[in-house]
Design a protein around this ligand. Structure first.
Ligand code: ARG
Length: 453
């Protein structure tokens, strides 16, 4: 197949350097689907006969079975997945196989294979996001009555419920699913028929090919179509964002599993031990996910950097897109699988979480809002409660034990009913605005997510 202008075979060294079949063989299913649709288009244009088309289709299906059963011999000297499959086809059916590459280049062929691959992986990743959301939702429902301190700057801030935290995670992964859907819209465009960069003098019905392959649109500029890897960049960004979300979730769980917090415990099956310290139980799955996120970012930066100064249309540099793409797909799918399996097994220390909300300082803001409800301007109320907090620390008297007589010295608006401010359930019940953690809101959100998922 190598020839054209070249008189000498490639140097062994150059061959090994430039081959991609050792990793792009993974695209075989999409490559074959694309070739079958292309053959059908060639038959419609009377470039090949109906019989040749049938031969091509059935041999390609045979090759696919061989690949899937592990019997197919990949030949690195044939460079890539496209050449390997085409060579095998031609070896089996001769002339008809040699006609398949009419009006097609590997440039539009690889663009097609990649788009088909990304489309199918968007569905795979989305399915796993749904499983993870379902796992989070199940825990949220089981632990619906557990209260806990909410943190900002990792300092105790205001009370929330554990379910509210988990539902927040569900929201983030929902954005990820939506982002993938947006990415799909731009990926779902057929590049085949763009040829090397300038289409072909042999005119094929590209809209029909798009329909055969399940694309919603057809690329409108052949130079752009063979040089466009925006969809790869976008997809890798989507995966990096999922990694970011998993990494932050990991971080929370790791911190909460420390003895210092003691909010939860990973199950033994998702923990590791120390080869040295017998007492250790380490949250390695979460740590590895946090770590792998670095690689997801690296893959995104890698493709962006590869593309950034390329002349328009196809350049061989673009072959380097695949390692990053495959690695991110494999990484995110395994991370999502691990989390969906690990979360239901988390042991939640309900008593410890609940009792952590007995810290009266968590209600300092409620106290200020108590004054606001008595018409004190918020800034003033904030200052009054601030002074009370200083007093509480100075005298080592908890905020809820200062006593009404003393409190009245800070503001005459404090009355006996102030005692109920320090009740966590009462505080949560009042947080009724959309998005806030009142029990009604959380129950409604769980119901809504269950219906959706
Ligand atoms: N293996 C190549 C890639 O992944 C396929 C396209 C090769 N095109 C070419 N003109 N050499 O990008």
């Amino acid at each position: 197949m190598r020839k054209g202008r070249l008189n000498q075979p490639a140097a062994e060294l150059a061959q090994r350097y430039s081959e991609s079949v050792s990793f792009d063989w993974r695209l075989y299913r999409h490559d074959i689907a694309g070739s079958i649709a292309h053959a059908a288009a060639l038959a419609r244009a009377r470039i090949i006969t109906a019989n040749e088309r049938r031969q091509i289709e059935s041999k390609l299906q045979g090759i696919q079975k061989e690949i899937e059963s592990g019997k197919f011999k990949w030949d690195r000297s044939l460079e890539d997945v496209h050449m390997n499959i085409e060579a095998a086809l031609t070896e089996r059916i001769g002339a008809a196989g040699a006609k398949l590459h009419t009006a097609r280049s590997r440039n539009d062929q690889i663009a097609l294979d990649l788009r088909l691959y990304v489309k199918s992986e968007i569905a795979e990743v989305t399915g796993r996001l749904r499983s993870l959301q379902t796992a989070l939702l199940d825990v949220a429902e089981r632990q619906i009555d557990v209260v806990m301190p909410g943190y900002t700057h990792l300092q105790r801030a205001q009370p929330i419920t554990f379910s509210h935290y988990l539902l927040g995670q569900v929201e983030a992964f929902e954005r990820d699913a939506n982002r993938l859907r947006d990415c799909l819209a731009r990926t779902d465009v057929l590049p085949l028929g763009s040829g090397a960069l300038a289409g072909s003098t042999i005119v094929l019905d590209r809209e029909r090919i798009a329909r055969d392959l399940g694309f919603s649109g057809v690329s409108q500029n052949s130079v752009d179509a063979v040089g466009d890897r925006d969809f790869v960049c976008e997809f890798l960004f989507c995966l990096a964002m999922i990694g970011l979300h998993l990494s932050r979730l990991s971080e929370d769980l790791i911190i909460w599993s420390t003895t210092e917090f003691g909010f939860l415990e990973f199950s033994d099956s998702f923990s590791t031990h120390s080869s040295l310290m017998p007492q250790k139980k380490n949250p390695d799955m979460a740590e590895l996910t946090r770590g792998k996120t670095g690689r997801l970012y690296g893959n995104l930066i890698s493709i962006l950097t590869t593309m950034k100064a390329l002349p328009s249309s196809y350049n061989r540099d673009m072959q380097e897109d695949k390692r990053a793409l495959f690695d991110s797909v494999d990484t995110i799918k395994s991370a999502l699988d691990v989390f969906a399996a690990m979360l239901p097994e988390l042991k939640i220390n309900r008593e410890r979480m609940n009792s952590s909300t007995r810290d009266p300082n968590l209600f300092a803001t409620d106290l200020a809002e108590y004054l606001v409800k008595k018409r004190v301007p918020f800034r003033k109320a904030h200052q009054i409660v601030g002074e009370l907090v200083v007093r509480s620390f100075a005298k080592s008297i908890p905020l809820d034990q200062i006593g009404i007589a003393e409190m009245k010295k800070f503001s005459p608006h404090f009355e006996d009913d102030v005692a109920k401010i320090f009740d966590v359930r009462g505080s949560l019940a009042q947080r009724r605005a959309i998005g806030a953690p009142s029990p009604e809101n959380i129950a409604a959100r769980i119901k809504r997510w269950k219906a959706k998922l």
